[in-house]
Write a protein that binds this ligand. Sequence first.
Ligand SMILES: Cc1ncc(COP(=O)(O)O)c(C=O)c1O
Length: 398
Amino acid sequence: MHQHEVASRAGIGPSSIASSMPVSRIREIMDLAWADPEAIHLEVGEPDFPTPEHVVEAAHEAARAGHTRYSPNAGIPELREALAEKVTRRNGYVALPDQVVVTQGGVQALYLTLLALLEPGDEILLPDPAWPDIYMISHLIGARAVPYPLVAEGGFLPRPEDLERLVTPRTRAILVNSPSNPLGTVVSRELMDTLLGFARERGLWFVSDEVYDEVTFDGGFISAGSVADPNDRLVSIYSFSKVYAMTGWRVGYLVAPPGLAKLLTGMQEPIISCVNTPAQMAALSAVTGPQDVVREMRDAYKARRDDLLDVLDSGGLPCSRPSGAFYVWTDVSKAGLPSIELCRSLIENEHVAVAPGSAFGELGEGYVRLSLASSRENVIEGASRLIDFLDRSACISS
Ligand SMILES: Cc1ncc(COP(=O)(O)O)c(C=O)c1O
């Protein structure tokens, strides 16, 4: 019976859930930009720095030493121990190794977590604008994504009154992303306390996406775990991608209550079995080795941020002042164009690629995201061309 169903489905193509998945609109701009050899790339969401040399060396060393076999589902024990210690020391809350699950990047940590927590039809409160993959994940697992607004009037931060309005008896979880991609905002201790309280009162799971935890500029970042009550239903998501310039290595991790961590560990078996073993050894050297590499990259993003804000300010373009991550959320509504069209014209006419705000949700319309993960010269030149372009389009349309 089951086989018959599979056979007849093969004749009609992929599942409806797969074929109706929303696709990322950043990709379209990236493809256009890569086809233009002159393009200045401010659309990218990954560090422009190479992976630190000692981390690369650790992977070579691991492979030569024969660390080329499967690892346990939850990751290499030394790495889980080092990560528990990192979270305890740098994120400010006690985590034990058996609460840590090593994943294939932050994205797989999120996929795994939502798959474990949500039944089809369950609702999850997600930020709008947000990194689009979390909407795709929700779609793939059949959950209903309920966007909560992050808008200028609210300082681009979650507002408890919106959450109150949107929560229903079907809501099972809320996801908070601080520092935020694409907004660069950081949730304060007080607000984090309020958000955790909101989830606690309603028995919701709280998923805290902290993949930019060590890309923060002005102080003020705090991990949800450092504010949470011991019995809160909290899962915290981390990654090596952004902090250590390791996007292609695909190593991330999550911290969950021990029972859930055990369940998630078992679920890794049919999904990825384990993360690439030499990559885990490289991650171990990143987290236990010298941390000045993290500081140097952070300082570079901060210097670029300050330069970019000066350029945008003198060009009269309103924008966010990011306290973390490496993006500047810029209001381009004066162009009077859908942001995707603006991005296409900007590449064609100015050879500058930026990410359209609408790619991050309905409330992203009227904005573009400029990435600081490009050289200082590119950031300044790209922003200057954006300003000229907007001034010219304003003249034409008036
Ligand atoms: C907010 C946010 N969460 C999670 C991720 C996942 O990153 P990775 O899978 O490379 O760790 C990203 C990547 O862009 C992100 O911006």
